[in-house]
Design a protein around this ligand. Sequence first.
Ligand code: SF4
Ligand code: ZN
Ligand code: ZN
Length: 313
Amino acid sequence: MRRCKICQKEAVVFFKSHRISLCEEHLKSFVEKRVKEAIKSHKMINRGEKILIAVSGGKDSLSLWQILTNLGYEADGMFIDLGIPGFSQESWEKCEKLSRRLSRKLFKTSLEEIFGMNLLDIAKLERRVPCASCGMIKRYIMNNFALKNGYKVIATGHHLDDECSILLGNVLNWQVEYLRRQDPSLKEENGFVRKIKPLVLCSEEEIENYARVMNIDHVGKGCPLSKGATSHFYKSIMNQIEEKMPGTKLRFYKGFLKIKKDTFGDEKPAELKPCIRCGYPTTAEICSFCRLHERIKTKISQQNPEKMEEPLS
Ligand code: SF4
Ligand code: ZN
Ligand code: ZN
């Protein structure tokens, strides 16, 4: 029987990368301590700031919500219903359940309300894979909501495995601009709220175990539209390396953050101006969100000419 390295009680987990066995209680404090460390070292949250968490119903964002609440932060959730059959409703229910347990606010909006169609219909209309529009839409909605409702920070549940897979992709393709921008804390500027990733020092395995011992009910599977995504392939490569050489993921990511500025230079501030339709910061006259909205309105009015007079919200 393995024993907890800290209290000698029966261990429930062994983390190979840290060569440490932990009991339930110390697993919980281990993960929360790492989140605290990430928040502190990357100056993610200032005292008294309200945080808006992008919750999806998965283990990562819901664990983040639990952790930030346990650490004493005022964190509320925002769920964007993408309208994915057999997935979005269950995801919403898991978020609702945790919001009740934490007694924190949970907001919801849906693509159906905003565009009059779900993500799959948008993808069909755009003739692109759903993920191509999804990220931009979610970023826009979250930022706008945060600005209008007094949230200074948007937090997402990206963990170490996510960041390593993004980093590997950026390095393999030498995406220097993306490498400059890959950061656990993107400061607020030009109408963008600060965006933080407090789980970056925790591996997916650590978060999975945290969710289990904290009884966080979550959707078991990821978004069904992510099948075949390159990020899954990069993650499996990183897992194979980690298996042979425990601790690689953390070294890879922390090493990158250390050399990032000297190697890739400072981020060049993009020349942004407010979108002439909605005021969102953009490099073009009209932002991508408004352009998408326009295309959808045109398509709907072509299909239902009688609805042409009815403006979409
Ligand atoms: Fe959106 Fe699903 Fe793609 Fe993630 S995997 S960007 S949630 S469609
Ligand atoms: Zn213990
Ligand atoms: Zn706009």
